[in-house]
Design a binder for this molecule. Sequence first.
Ligand SMILES: *[C@@H]1O[C@H](CO)[C@@H](O)[C@H](O)[C@H]1NC(C)=O
Ligand SMILES: *[C@@H]1O[C@H](CO)[C@@H](O)[C@H](O)[C@H]1NC(C)=O
Ligand SMILES: *[C@@H]1O[C@H](CO)[C@@H](O)[C@H](O)[C@H]1NC(C)=O
Ligand SMILES: *[C@@H]1O[C@H](CO)[C@@H](O)[C@H](O)[C@H]1NC(C)=O
Ligand SMILES: *[C@@H]1O[C@H](CO)[C@@H](O)[C@H](O)[C@H]1NC(C)=O
Ligand SMILES: [Ca+2]
Length: 527
Amino acid sequence: MSYLVALLLHWLPLAMGQYDICKSWVTTDDGPSWEFYACQPKAMRMKDYVTVRVDPAGITCGDPPERFCTHENPYLCSDECDASNPDLAHPPKLMFDTEDEGLATYWQSVTWRRYPEPLLANITLSWNKSIELTDDIVITFEYGRPTIMMLEKSLDNGRTWHPYQYYADDCMEAFSMPARRVRDLSATSANRVLCTEEYSRWAGSKKEKNVRFEVRDRFAIFAGPDLKNMDNLYTRLESAKGLKDFFTVTDLRMRLLRPALGGTYVQRENLYKYFYAVSNIEVTGRCKCNLHANLCTFREGSLQCECEHNTTGQDCGKCKKSFRSRSWRAGSYLPLPNGSPNACAAAGSAFGNCECYGHSNRCSYIDFLNVVTCVSCKHNTRGQHCQHCRLGFYRNSSAELDDENVCIECNCNQIGSVHDRCNETGYCECREGATGPKCDDCLPNYYWRQGCFPNVCDDELLLCQNGGTCYQNQRCLCAAGFKGVLCQQARCEAERGACDAAPGAHAALASLPLAALALQLPAWLRP
Ligand SMILES: *[C@@H]1O[C@H](CO)[C@@H](O)[C@H](O)[C@H]1NC(C)=O
Ligand SMILES: *[C@@H]1O[C@H](CO)[C@@H](O)[C@H](O)[C@H]1NC(C)=O
Ligand SMILES: *[C@@H]1O[C@H](CO)[C@@H](O)[C@H](O)[C@H]1NC(C)=O
Ligand SMILES: *[C@@H]1O[C@H](CO)[C@@H](O)[C@H](O)[C@H]1NC(C)=O
Ligand SMILES: *[C@@H]1O[C@H](CO)[C@@H](O)[C@H](O)[C@H]1NC(C)=O
Ligand SMILES: [Ca+2]
Protein backbone atom coordinates (compact mmCIF):
# COMPACT_ATOMS: atom_id res chain seq x y z
CA MET A 1 0.00 0.00 0.00
CA SER A 2 2.67 2.50 1.00
CA TYR A 3 4.56 1.40 -2.08
CA LEU A 4 1.54 2.33 -4.17
CA VAL A 5 1.28 5.72 -2.53
CA ALA A 6 4.96 6.34 -3.10
CA LEU A 7 4.54 5.33 -6.72
CA LEU A 8 1.58 7.64 -7.14
CA LEU A 9 3.42 10.54 -5.55
CA HIS A 10 6.38 9.86 -7.75
CA TRP A 11 4.24 10.06 -10.89
CA LEU A 12 1.92 12.77 -9.78
CA PRO A 13 3.62 15.84 -11.18
CA LEU A 14 4.05 14.30 -14.62
CA ALA A 15 0.88 12.34 -15.00
CA MET A 16 -1.77 14.79 -13.92
CA GLY A 17 -2.44 18.15 -12.40
CA GLN A 18 -1.73 21.17 -14.50
CA TYR A 19 -3.05 21.80 -17.98
CA ASP A 20 -5.39 18.83 -18.02
CA ILE A 21 -8.61 20.67 -18.90
CA CYS A 22 -9.23 22.75 -22.01
CA LYS A 23 -12.34 24.62 -20.90
CA SER A 24 -14.85 24.95 -18.11
CA TRP A 25 -18.34 26.38 -17.75
CA VAL A 26 -18.11 29.38 -15.43
CA THR A 27 -20.55 31.96 -14.19
CA THR A 28 -19.51 35.57 -14.39
CA ASP A 29 -21.30 38.86 -13.90
CA ASP A 30 -22.43 38.64 -17.53
CA GLY A 31 -23.92 35.20 -16.97
CA PRO A 32 -22.52 31.71 -17.59
CA SER A 33 -20.00 31.10 -20.36
CA TRP A 34 -17.04 28.94 -21.30
CA GLU A 35 -13.58 29.76 -20.07
CA PHE A 36 -10.64 28.30 -22.00
CA TYR A 37 -7.23 27.12 -20.84
CA ALA A 38 -4.03 25.76 -22.34
CA CYS A 39 -4.30 21.96 -22.16
CA GLN A 40 -2.32 18.86 -23.02
CA PRO A 41 -2.98 15.10 -23.09
CA LYS A 42 -1.78 12.75 -20.39
CA ALA A 43 1.54 10.98 -20.74
CA MET A 44 1.19 7.45 -22.15
CA ARG A 45 3.27 4.36 -22.83
CA MET A 46 4.20 5.20 -26.38
CA LYS A 47 5.47 1.74 -27.27
CA ASP A 48 1.86 0.65 -27.68
CA TYR A 49 1.41 2.90 -30.72
CA VAL A 50 4.72 2.51 -32.50
CA THR A 51 5.71 0.85 -35.74
CA VAL A 52 9.18 -0.66 -35.75
CA ARG A 53 11.66 -1.41 -38.48
CA VAL A 54 14.93 -3.29 -38.06
CA ASP A 55 17.77 -2.84 -40.57
CA PRO A 56 19.62 -4.21 -42.47
CA ALA A 57 17.55 -7.06 -43.92
CA GLY A 58 18.67 -10.39 -42.48
CA ILE A 59 19.94 -8.91 -39.20
CA THR A 60 17.32 -10.77 -37.12
CA CYS A 61 18.62 -14.18 -36.08
CA GLY A 62 17.09 -17.53 -37.00
CA ASP A 63 17.01 -17.61 -40.79
CA PRO A 64 18.87 -19.92 -41.19
CA PRO A 65 18.75 -21.28 -37.62
CA GLU A 66 21.82 -20.42 -35.60
CA ARG A 67 23.37 -21.40 -32.31
CA PHE A 68 24.68 -18.84 -29.85
CA CYS A 69 26.41 -18.71 -26.48
CA THR A 70 26.54 -16.15 -23.69
CA HIS A 71 29.35 -14.31 -22.00
CA GLU A 72 28.58 -16.03 -18.71
CA ASN A 73 28.77 -19.43 -20.32
CA PRO A 74 30.92 -18.98 -23.43
CA TYR A 75 31.67 -22.66 -24.05
CA LEU A 76 28.16 -23.99 -23.62
CA CYS A 77 26.60 -22.93 -26.90
CA SER A 78 23.34 -24.75 -26.51
CA ASP A 79 20.94 -21.89 -27.19
CA GLU A 80 19.36 -21.73 -30.58
CA CYS A 81 17.53 -19.10 -32.60
CA ASP A 82 15.14 -20.43 -35.24
CA ALA A 83 12.78 -18.00 -36.99
CA SER A 84 10.50 -20.83 -38.13
CA ASN A 85 9.86 -22.08 -34.60
CA PRO A 86 7.72 -19.70 -32.46
CA ASP A 87 9.44 -20.94 -29.28
CA LEU A 88 12.90 -20.20 -30.62
CA ALA A 89 12.21 -17.12 -32.76
CA HIS A 90 13.20 -13.59 -31.74
CA PRO A 91 11.22 -11.16 -33.95
CA PRO A 92 11.26 -7.34 -33.44
CA LYS A 93 7.77 -7.27 -31.89
CA LEU A 94 9.17 -8.87 -28.72
CA MET A 95 10.73 -5.48 -27.88
CA PHE A 96 7.24 -4.07 -27.30
CA ASP A 97 5.21 -6.90 -25.75
CA THR A 98 4.04 -7.21 -22.18
CA GLU A 99 6.21 -9.71 -20.35
CA ASP A 100 5.25 -12.19 -17.66
CA GLU A 101 7.20 -11.62 -14.49
CA GLY A 102 10.75 -12.84 -14.89
CA LEU A 103 10.39 -14.14 -18.41
CA ALA A 104 12.16 -11.85 -20.83
CA THR A 105 11.11 -11.99 -24.46
CA TYR A 106 13.45 -10.26 -26.88
CA TRP A 107 14.48 -9.41 -30.39
CA GLN A 108 17.86 -10.87 -31.21
CA SER A 109 20.36 -10.21 -34.00
CA VAL A 110 22.56 -12.68 -35.82
CA THR A 111 25.93 -13.33 -34.16
CA TRP A 112 29.15 -11.55 -35.09
CA ARG A 113 30.34 -14.42 -37.27
CA ARG A 114 31.52 -11.94 -39.93
CA TYR A 115 34.04 -10.32 -37.54
CA PRO A 116 36.06 -8.11 -38.16
CA GLU A 117 33.35 -6.62 -40.38
CA PRO A 118 31.31 -4.52 -37.92
CA LEU A 119 28.00 -5.88 -36.61
CA LEU A 120 25.58 -3.03 -37.31
CA ALA A 121 21.85 -2.83 -36.70
CA ASN A 122 19.32 0.00 -36.79
CA ILE A 123 16.09 -0.15 -34.81
CA THR A 124 13.74 2.58 -36.01
CA LEU A 125 10.57 3.50 -34.11
CA SER A 126 7.97 5.62 -35.92
CA TRP A 127 4.80 7.16 -34.54
CA ASN A 128 3.67 9.18 -37.57
CA LYS A 129 2.84 11.86 -35.02
CA SER A 130 4.90 14.30 -33.03
CA ILE A 131 5.17 13.30 -29.41
CA GLU A 132 6.75 15.03 -26.44
CA LEU A 133 8.89 12.89 -24.16
CA THR A 134 7.93 13.14 -20.50
CA ASP A 135 10.16 10.48 -19.00
CA ASP A 136 13.36 8.56 -19.71
CA ILE A 137 13.66 6.34 -22.76
CA VAL A 138 14.79 2.98 -21.38
CA ILE A 139 16.19 0.29 -23.66
CA THR A 140 16.70 -3.09 -22.02
CA PHE A 141 19.39 -5.40 -23.36
CA GLU A 142 19.67 -9.08 -22.48
CA TYR A 143 23.16 -10.64 -22.54
CA GLY A 144 24.96 -7.32 -22.23
CA ARG A 145 24.64 -3.75 -23.48
CA PRO A 146 26.34 -2.54 -26.69
CA THR A 147 29.81 -1.12 -26.24
CA ILE A 148 29.06 1.50 -28.92
CA MET A 149 25.64 2.81 -29.91
CA MET A 150 23.90 5.98 -30.87
CA LEU A 151 20.40 7.35 -30.48
CA GLU A 152 18.99 9.50 -33.27
CA LYS A 153 15.71 11.33 -33.62
CA SER A 154 13.57 12.78 -36.36
CA LEU A 155 11.05 15.57 -36.11
CA ASP A 156 9.65 15.19 -39.62
CA ASN A 157 8.51 11.57 -39.90
CA GLY A 158 11.94 10.26 -40.83
CA ARG A 159 12.89 12.68 -43.58
CA THR A 160 15.78 14.16 -41.60
CA TRP A 161 17.66 12.70 -38.62
CA HIS A 162 19.68 14.28 -35.84
CA PRO A 163 21.95 12.75 -33.20
CA TYR A 164 20.21 12.57 -29.80
CA GLN A 165 22.82 10.87 -27.63
CA TYR A 166 26.05 8.92 -28.07
CA TYR A 167 26.92 5.89 -25.96
CA ALA A 168 30.31 4.19 -25.75
CA ASP A 169 32.61 2.48 -23.27
CA ASP A 170 35.21 4.98 -24.51
CA CYS A 171 33.64 8.13 -25.96
CA MET A 172 36.94 9.60 -27.14
CA GLU A 173 37.89 6.49 -29.04
CA ALA A 174 34.47 5.81 -30.52
CA PHE A 175 33.21 9.32 -31.32
CA SER A 176 36.10 11.69 -30.51
CA MET A 177 33.88 13.24 -27.86
CA PRO A 178 34.65 13.76 -24.18
CA ALA A 179 32.49 11.66 -21.86
CA ARG A 180 29.85 13.67 -19.99
CA ARG A 181 26.91 12.99 -17.77
CA VAL A 182 23.45 14.47 -18.11
CA ARG A 183 23.43 15.08 -14.34
CA ASP A 184 26.27 17.57 -14.83
CA LEU A 185 24.43 19.70 -17.39
CA SER A 186 23.28 23.20 -16.48
CA ALA A 187 20.28 25.34 -17.35
CA THR A 188 21.95 26.72 -20.46
CA SER A 189 23.12 23.32 -21.71
CA ALA A 190 20.02 21.26 -20.90
CA ASN A 191 19.48 20.42 -24.56
CA ARG A 192 23.06 19.51 -25.33
CA VAL A 193 23.76 16.33 -27.31
CA LEU A 194 26.47 14.44 -25.48
CA CYS A 195 28.38 11.19 -25.27
CA THR A 196 28.02 9.14 -22.10
CA GLU A 197 30.01 6.15 -20.82
CA GLU A 198 27.49 5.32 -18.10
CA TYR A 199 25.58 2.67 -20.01
CA SER A 200 28.20 0.91 -22.10
CA ARG A 201 30.71 -0.56 -19.66
CA TRP A 202 30.68 -4.25 -18.82
CA ALA A 203 29.21 -4.96 -15.42
CA GLY A 204 27.89 -8.47 -15.98
CA SER A 205 25.00 -8.89 -18.34
CA LYS A 206 22.43 -9.67 -15.61
CA LYS A 207 23.34 -6.74 -13.45
CA GLU A 208 23.18 -3.75 -15.75
CA LYS A 209 20.70 -4.17 -18.55
CA ASN A 210 19.37 -0.71 -19.25
CA VAL A 211 20.50 2.08 -21.54
CA ARG A 212 18.76 5.37 -20.82
CA PHE A 213 18.08 8.64 -22.51
CA GLU A 214 17.68 10.81 -19.46
CA VAL A 215 14.65 13.04 -19.81
CA ARG A 216 14.00 13.30 -16.05
CA ASP A 217 17.53 14.43 -15.26
CA ARG A 218 17.18 17.17 -17.83
CA PHE A 219 13.79 18.21 -16.47
CA ALA A 220 15.29 18.20 -12.98
CA ILE A 221 17.70 20.97 -13.97
CA PHE A 222 14.65 23.25 -13.87
CA ALA A 223 12.09 21.41 -11.78
CA GLY A 224 14.39 20.20 -9.02
CA PRO A 225 15.44 16.65 -8.13
CA ASP A 226 11.91 15.38 -7.44
CA LEU A 227 10.36 17.39 -10.26
CA LYS A 228 8.35 19.29 -7.66
CA ASN A 229 8.78 22.69 -9.26
CA MET A 230 7.11 21.94 -12.58
CA ASP A 231 6.07 25.59 -12.93
CA ASN A 232 9.68 26.51 -13.43
CA LEU A 233 10.06 23.82 -16.07
CA TYR A 234 6.97 24.99 -17.95
CA THR A 235 8.20 28.56 -17.82
CA ARG A 236 11.52 27.47 -19.27
CA LEU A 237 9.87 25.39 -21.97
CA GLU A 238 8.09 28.53 -23.16
CA SER A 239 11.04 30.87 -23.00
CA ALA A 240 14.18 28.87 -23.82
CA LYS A 241 14.58 28.61 -27.54
CA GLY A 242 14.67 25.05 -28.86
CA LEU A 243 14.03 23.42 -25.47
CA LYS A 244 10.50 22.21 -26.29
CA ASP A 245 11.64 20.86 -29.64
CA PHE A 246 14.49 19.02 -27.98
CA PHE A 247 12.00 16.74 -26.23
CA THR A 248 9.79 16.38 -29.31
CA VAL A 249 10.18 13.48 -31.76
CA THR A 250 8.21 11.71 -34.47
CA ASP A 251 10.75 8.88 -34.80
CA LEU A 252 13.64 7.42 -32.83
CA ARG A 253 16.47 5.28 -34.10
CA MET A 254 18.91 3.17 -32.12
CA ARG A 255 22.04 2.59 -34.13
CA LEU A 256 23.77 -0.42 -32.59
CA LEU A 257 27.42 -0.18 -33.62
CA ARG A 258 29.32 -2.76 -31.51
CA PRO A 259 27.90 -5.46 -29.24
CA ALA A 260 28.89 -6.27 -25.66
CA LEU A 261 32.35 -7.80 -25.54
CA GLY A 262 32.27 -9.21 -22.01
CA GLY A 263 35.93 -8.28 -21.72
CA THR A 264 38.40 -5.95 -23.34
CA TYR A 265 38.83 -7.63 -26.70
CA VAL A 266 36.99 -9.86 -29.16
CA GLN A 267 37.72 -13.59 -28.99
CA ARG A 268 37.88 -14.63 -32.60
CA GLU A 269 37.57 -18.32 -31.80
CA ASN A 270 34.15 -17.84 -30.24
CA LEU A 271 32.15 -15.29 -32.19
CA TYR A 272 28.84 -16.94 -31.23
CA LYS A 273 28.68 -14.96 -28.00
CA TYR A 274 28.57 -11.55 -29.68
CA PHE A 275 25.13 -10.28 -30.72
CA TYR A 276 22.40 -7.83 -29.70
CA ALA A 277 19.28 -8.80 -27.77
CA VAL A 278 16.68 -6.16 -26.84
CA SER A 279 13.80 -7.17 -24.58
CA ASN A 280 12.06 -3.83 -24.12
CA ILE A 281 12.00 -0.23 -25.32
CA GLU A 282 10.06 2.04 -22.99
CA VAL A 283 9.12 5.44 -24.35
CA THR A 284 6.89 7.63 -22.20
CA GLY A 285 5.44 10.76 -23.68
CA ARG A 286 2.36 12.61 -24.74
CA CYS A 287 0.94 13.60 -28.09
CA LYS A 288 2.06 17.03 -29.10
CA CYS A 289 -1.17 18.98 -29.56
CA ASN A 290 0.24 22.50 -29.23
CA LEU A 291 -1.65 22.91 -25.92
CA HIS A 292 -4.97 22.76 -27.77
CA ALA A 293 -6.15 19.26 -26.70
CA ASN A 294 -6.26 17.12 -23.59
CA LEU A 295 -7.12 13.90 -25.41
CA CYS A 296 -5.20 11.94 -27.97
CA THR A 297 -6.74 8.86 -29.56
CA PHE A 298 -5.47 6.03 -31.72
CA ARG A 299 -7.58 5.94 -34.87
CA GLU A 300 -6.99 4.15 -38.16
CA GLY A 301 -3.48 3.27 -37.08
CA SER A 302 -2.44 6.81 -36.14
CA LEU A 303 -2.43 8.95 -33.03
CA GLN A 304 -4.61 12.01 -33.37
CA CYS A 305 -5.19 14.98 -31.07
CA GLU A 306 -8.84 15.69 -30.22
CA CYS A 307 -8.50 19.39 -30.90
CA GLU A 308 -10.27 22.09 -28.90
CA HIS A 309 -10.13 25.89 -29.15
CA ASN A 310 -11.50 25.61 -32.69
CA THR A 311 -8.23 24.23 -33.98
CA THR A 312 -7.80 21.20 -36.21
CA GLY A 313 -5.12 18.94 -37.73
CA GLN A 314 -3.17 15.98 -36.36
CA ASP A 315 -1.28 18.30 -33.94
CA CYS A 316 -4.05 20.97 -33.72
CA GLY A 317 -1.64 22.96 -35.86
CA LYS A 318 -4.16 25.16 -37.64
CA CYS A 319 -7.46 26.92 -37.20
CA LYS A 320 -10.73 25.31 -38.25
CA LYS A 321 -12.45 26.66 -41.31
CA SER A 322 -14.29 29.92 -40.57
CA PHE A 323 -12.21 30.39 -37.41
CA ARG A 324 -9.39 32.15 -39.16
CA SER A 325 -9.80 35.79 -38.34
CA ARG A 326 -6.30 35.76 -36.88
CA SER A 327 -3.25 33.59 -37.41
CA TRP A 328 -3.07 30.25 -35.64
CA ARG A 329 -0.91 30.17 -32.50
CA ALA A 330 0.11 27.39 -30.16
CA GLY A 331 -1.25 27.62 -26.64
CA SER A 332 1.17 28.76 -23.97
CA TYR A 333 2.01 27.41 -20.51
CA LEU A 334 2.13 31.03 -19.39
CA PRO A 335 0.85 32.80 -17.43
CA LEU A 336 0.86 30.22 -14.65
CA PRO A 337 -1.13 28.33 -13.54
CA ASN A 338 -3.63 27.97 -16.40
CA GLY A 339 -1.70 29.25 -19.38
CA SER A 340 -3.14 30.94 -22.46
CA PRO A 341 -5.35 29.00 -24.85
CA ASN A 342 -4.61 31.27 -27.84
CA ALA A 343 -7.81 29.93 -29.34
CA CYS A 344 -8.76 30.47 -32.94
CA ALA A 345 -11.40 33.12 -33.36
CA ALA A 346 -14.45 32.93 -35.55
CA ALA A 347 -14.50 35.12 -38.59
CA GLY A 348 -16.45 38.19 -37.65
CA SER A 349 -15.92 37.93 -33.94
CA ALA A 350 -13.12 40.42 -33.57
CA PHE A 351 -13.65 43.18 -36.10
CA GLY A 352 -16.99 43.21 -37.81
CA ASN A 353 -16.62 40.74 -40.64
CA CYS A 354 -12.99 40.94 -41.41
CA GLU A 355 -11.37 37.59 -42.23
CA CYS A 356 -7.73 37.69 -43.26
CA TYR A 357 -7.26 33.94 -43.87
CA GLY A 358 -4.41 33.94 -41.40
CA HIS A 359 -2.22 36.22 -43.51
CA SER A 360 -2.55 39.19 -41.19
CA ASN A 361 -2.96 39.76 -37.46
CA ARG A 362 -4.35 43.22 -37.85
CA CYS A 363 -7.42 44.87 -39.29
CA SER A 364 -8.09 48.53 -39.59
CA TYR A 365 -11.22 50.54 -40.11
CA ILE A 366 -11.13 52.98 -42.99
CA ASP A 367 -13.43 55.76 -41.95
CA PHE A 368 -14.38 57.43 -45.22
CA LEU A 369 -14.95 54.10 -47.00
CA ASN A 370 -16.68 52.60 -44.00
CA VAL A 371 -14.87 49.27 -44.47
CA VAL A 372 -12.66 47.13 -42.31
CA THR A 373 -9.60 45.86 -44.09
CA CYS A 374 -6.68 43.60 -43.26
CA VAL A 375 -3.37 45.35 -42.75
CA SER A 376 0.05 44.16 -43.98
CA CYS A 377 -1.06 40.92 -45.62
CA LYS A 378 1.78 38.40 -45.46
CA HIS A 379 2.69 35.42 -47.67
CA ASN A 380 2.51 37.54 -50.83
CA THR A 381 -1.20 38.14 -50.48
CA ARG A 382 -3.13 41.39 -50.83
CA GLY A 383 -6.69 42.63 -50.73
CA GLN A 384 -9.24 43.57 -48.11
CA HIS A 385 -9.21 40.02 -46.75
CA CYS A 386 -5.74 39.10 -48.02
CA GLN A 387 -7.70 36.98 -50.48
CA HIS A 388 -5.73 37.90 -53.63
CA CYS A 389 -2.14 37.32 -54.66
CA ARG A 390 0.23 40.24 -55.04
CA LEU A 391 1.15 41.24 -58.56
CA GLY A 392 3.82 38.91 -59.85
CA PHE A 393 2.27 35.98 -57.97
CA TYR A 394 -0.50 33.55 -58.83
CA ARG A 395 -2.86 31.37 -56.83
CA ASN A 396 -1.63 27.85 -55.92
CA SER A 397 -4.62 25.76 -56.91
CA SER A 398 -3.72 22.91 -54.54
CA ALA A 399 -3.59 25.22 -51.49
CA GLU A 400 -6.46 26.59 -49.47
CA LEU A 401 -6.87 30.32 -49.12
CA ASP A 402 -5.41 30.25 -45.61
CA ASP A 403 -2.31 28.27 -46.62
CA GLU A 404 1.06 29.98 -46.35
CA ASN A 405 1.88 28.68 -49.81
CA VAL A 406 -1.24 30.08 -51.43
CA CYS A 407 0.63 32.51 -53.68
CA ILE A 408 3.37 31.32 -56.02
CA GLU A 409 5.82 33.68 -57.69
CA CYS A 410 5.25 34.00 -61.47
CA ASN A 411 8.97 33.89 -62.24
CA CYS A 412 8.52 35.26 -65.75
CA ASN A 413 11.67 35.42 -67.81
CA GLN A 414 12.66 39.07 -67.70
CA ILE A 415 13.74 39.27 -71.31
CA GLY A 416 11.19 36.94 -72.87
CA SER A 417 8.09 38.37 -71.23
CA VAL A 418 6.21 41.63 -71.51
CA HIS A 419 5.98 42.16 -67.71
CA ASP A 420 6.37 40.14 -64.50
CA ARG A 421 2.68 39.25 -64.08
CA CYS A 422 1.09 35.96 -65.08
CA ASN A 423 -2.39 34.51 -65.43
CA GLU A 424 -4.17 32.25 -62.96
CA THR A 425 -2.29 29.16 -64.10
CA GLY A 426 1.12 30.82 -63.92
CA TYR A 427 1.52 31.63 -67.62
CA CYS A 428 3.43 34.80 -68.40
CA GLU A 429 2.73 37.13 -71.33
CA CYS A 430 5.44 36.65 -73.94
CA ARG A 431 7.14 39.06 -76.30
CA GLU A 432 7.14 38.28 -80.00
CA GLY A 433 8.86 35.01 -80.78
CA ALA A 434 9.03 33.82 -77.13
CA THR A 435 6.96 30.97 -75.72
CA GLY A 436 6.63 28.58 -72.76
CA PRO A 437 4.86 29.23 -69.43
CA LYS A 438 7.68 31.52 -68.32
CA CYS A 439 8.56 32.82 -71.83
CA ASP A 440 12.03 31.38 -71.67
CA ASP A 441 11.75 29.41 -74.92
CA CYS A 442 11.52 30.50 -78.54
CA LEU A 443 8.87 29.62 -81.08
CA PRO A 444 9.96 27.55 -84.08
CA ASN A 445 11.87 29.71 -86.57
CA TYR A 446 13.16 31.92 -83.75
CA TYR A 447 16.48 31.67 -81.92
CA TRP A 448 17.42 32.81 -78.39
CA ARG A 449 19.99 35.53 -77.92
CA GLN A 450 18.96 37.92 -75.09
CA GLY A 451 15.39 37.38 -76.28
CA CYS A 452 13.94 35.64 -79.30
CA PHE A 453 14.88 36.76 -82.79
CA PRO A 454 13.61 35.44 -86.12
CA ASN A 455 15.92 32.93 -87.74
CA VAL A 456 18.19 34.38 -90.41
CA CYS A 457 18.76 30.96 -91.88
CA ASP A 458 17.76 27.37 -91.14
CA ASP A 459 17.75 23.93 -92.67
CA GLU A 460 14.30 24.06 -94.22
CA LEU A 461 13.13 27.34 -95.69
CA LEU A 462 15.84 29.89 -95.21
CA LEU A 463 18.63 27.98 -96.91
CA CYS A 464 22.09 29.44 -97.24
CA GLN A 465 22.97 29.41 -100.89
CA ASN A 466 26.04 28.78 -102.96
CA GLY A 467 27.51 26.31 -100.50
CA GLY A 468 27.13 28.57 -97.46
CA THR A 469 26.38 26.95 -94.06
CA CYS A 470 23.93 28.15 -91.42
CA TYR A 471 25.52 29.17 -88.10
CA GLN A 472 23.16 28.80 -85.14
CA ASN A 473 20.25 30.20 -87.16
CA GLN A 474 21.91 33.57 -86.87
CA ARG A 475 23.90 33.95 -90.08
CA CYS A 476 25.17 32.14 -93.15
CA LEU A 477 28.87 31.39 -93.31
CA CYS A 478 29.46 31.95 -97.01
CA ALA A 479 31.90 30.15 -99.21
CA ALA A 480 34.71 32.23 -100.68
CA GLY A 481 33.44 34.41 -103.45
CA PHE A 482 29.93 34.90 -102.04
CA LYS A 483 28.22 37.33 -99.76
CA GLY A 484 24.78 38.47 -98.77
CA VAL A 485 22.52 37.35 -95.93
CA LEU A 486 21.93 34.01 -97.66
CA CYS A 487 25.19 34.10 -99.66
CA GLN A 488 23.13 34.75 -102.71
CA GLN A 489 25.52 37.34 -104.17
CA ALA A 490 28.85 36.74 -105.77
CA ARG A 491 31.71 38.92 -104.61
CA CYS A 492 33.18 41.21 -107.22
CA GLU A 493 36.88 40.96 -106.57
CA ALA A 494 38.64 40.23 -109.81
CA GLU A 495 37.15 41.47 -113.04
CA ARG A 496 33.94 43.32 -112.72
CA GLY A 497 32.49 41.16 -115.50
CA ALA A 498 32.33 38.04 -113.32
CA CYS A 499 29.78 39.66 -111.05
CA ASP A 500 27.43 40.45 -113.83
CA ALA A 501 26.66 36.82 -114.33
CA ALA A 502 23.59 35.79 -112.42
CA PRO A 503 24.30 33.34 -109.62
CA GLY A 504 24.17 29.96 -111.33
CA ALA A 505 26.34 27.30 -112.82
CA HIS A 506 29.24 29.65 -113.28
CA ALA A 507 29.22 31.01 -109.78
CA ALA A 508 28.64 27.63 -108.22
CA LEU A 509 31.80 26.30 -109.75
CA ALA A 510 33.78 29.09 -108.20
CA SER A 511 32.73 28.14 -104.68
CA LEU A 512 35.55 26.59 -102.77
CA PRO A 513 34.20 23.17 -101.81
CA LEU A 514 33.04 22.51 -105.36
CA ALA A 515 36.34 23.63 -106.81
CA ALA A 516 38.17 21.32 -104.48
CA LEU A 517 35.84 18.51 -105.44
CA ALA A 518 36.46 19.21 -109.08
CA LEU A 519 40.18 18.58 -108.61
CA GLN A 520 39.46 15.05 -107.49
CA LEU A 521 37.36 14.24 -110.53
CA PRO A 522 38.86 12.25 -113.37
CA ALA A 523 40.46 14.52 -115.92
CA TRP A 524 37.82 13.94 -118.58
CA LEU A 525 35.11 15.25 -116.28
CA ARG A 526 36.92 18.39 -115.23
CA PRO A 527 35.49 21.56 -116.63
C1 LIG B 1 21.32 3.19 -39.99
O1 LIG B 1 20.78 4.49 -40.23
C2 LIG B 1 21.74 5.44 -40.68
C3 LIG B 1 21.05 6.77 -40.85
O2 LIG B 1 20.43 7.18 -39.68
C4 LIG B 1 22.35 4.99 -41.97
O3 LIG B 1 23.34 5.90 -42.38
C5 LIG B 1 22.97 3.61 -41.80
O4 LIG B 1 23.45 3.15 -43.03
C6 LIG B 1 21.94 2.64 -41.25
N1 LIG B 1 22.60 1.38 -40.95
C7 LIG B 1 22.09 0.21 -41.29
C8 LIG B 1 22.87 -0.97 -40.85
O5 LIG B 1 21.06 0.10 -41.93
C1 LIG C 1 0.13 9.26 -40.88
O1 LIG C 1 -0.86 10.09 -40.32
C2 LIG C 1 -1.61 10.81 -41.28
C3 LIG C 1 -2.53 11.76 -40.56
O2 LIG C 1 -3.30 11.11 -39.58
C4 LIG C 1 -2.38 9.82 -42.16
O3 LIG C 1 -3.10 10.52 -43.15
C5 LIG C 1 -1.37 8.90 -42.85
O4 LIG C 1 -2.05 7.92 -43.59
C6 LIG C 1 -0.49 8.22 -41.81
N1 LIG C 1 0.57 7.50 -42.50
C7 LIG C 1 0.91 6.27 -42.17
C8 LIG C 1 2.02 5.68 -42.95
O5 LIG C 1 0.34 5.66 -41.27
C1 LIG D 1 -15.40 27.49 -31.00
O1 LIG D 1 -16.53 27.69 -31.80
C2 LIG D 1 -17.78 27.43 -31.16
C3 LIG D 1 -18.88 27.65 -32.17
O2 LIG D 1 -18.80 26.65 -33.16
C4 LIG D 1 -17.95 28.33 -29.96
O3 LIG D 1 -19.15 28.00 -29.28
C5 LIG D 1 -16.77 28.12 -29.02
O4 LIG D 1 -16.85 29.01 -27.94
C6 LIG D 1 -15.46 28.34 -29.75
N1 LIG D 1 -14.35 28.04 -28.87
C7 LIG D 1 -13.30 28.84 -28.70
C8 LIG D 1 -12.27 28.39 -27.76
O5 LIG D 1 -13.23 29.91 -29.26
C1 LIG E 1 1.04 24.65 -53.28
O1 LIG E 1 0.45 24.37 -52.02
C2 LIG E 1 0.72 23.07 -51.54
C3 LIG E 1 -0.11 22.85 -50.30
O2 LIG E 1 0.27 23.76 -49.29
C4 LIG E 1 2.22 22.93 -51.28
O3 LIG E 1 2.51 21.63 -50.83
C5 LIG E 1 2.96 23.21 -52.57
O4 LIG E 1 4.35 23.20 -52.31
C6 LIG E 1 2.58 24.56 -53.15
N1 LIG E 1 3.20 24.71 -54.45
C7 LIG E 1 4.15 25.60 -54.70
C8 LIG E 1 4.71 25.59 -56.07
O5 LIG E 1 4.54 26.39 -53.84
C1 LIG F 1 -3.16 31.08 -69.01
O1 LIG F 1 -2.47 31.20 -70.23
C2 LIG F 1 -2.25 29.96 -70.90
C3 LIG F 1 -1.39 30.24 -72.12
O2 LIG F 1 -1.83 31.40 -72.79
C4 LIG F 1 -3.59 29.35 -71.28
O3 LIG F 1 -3.38 28.10 -71.90
C5 LIG F 1 -4.38 29.17 -70.00
O4 LIG F 1 -5.67 28.67 -70.33
C6 LIG F 1 -4.50 30.48 -69.27
N1 LIG F 1 -5.20 30.23 -68.01
C7 LIG F 1 -6.20 30.98 -67.61
C8 LIG F 1 -6.83 30.58 -66.34
O5 LIG F 1 -6.59 31.93 -68.24
CA1 LIG G 1 9.86 -8.18 -24.46
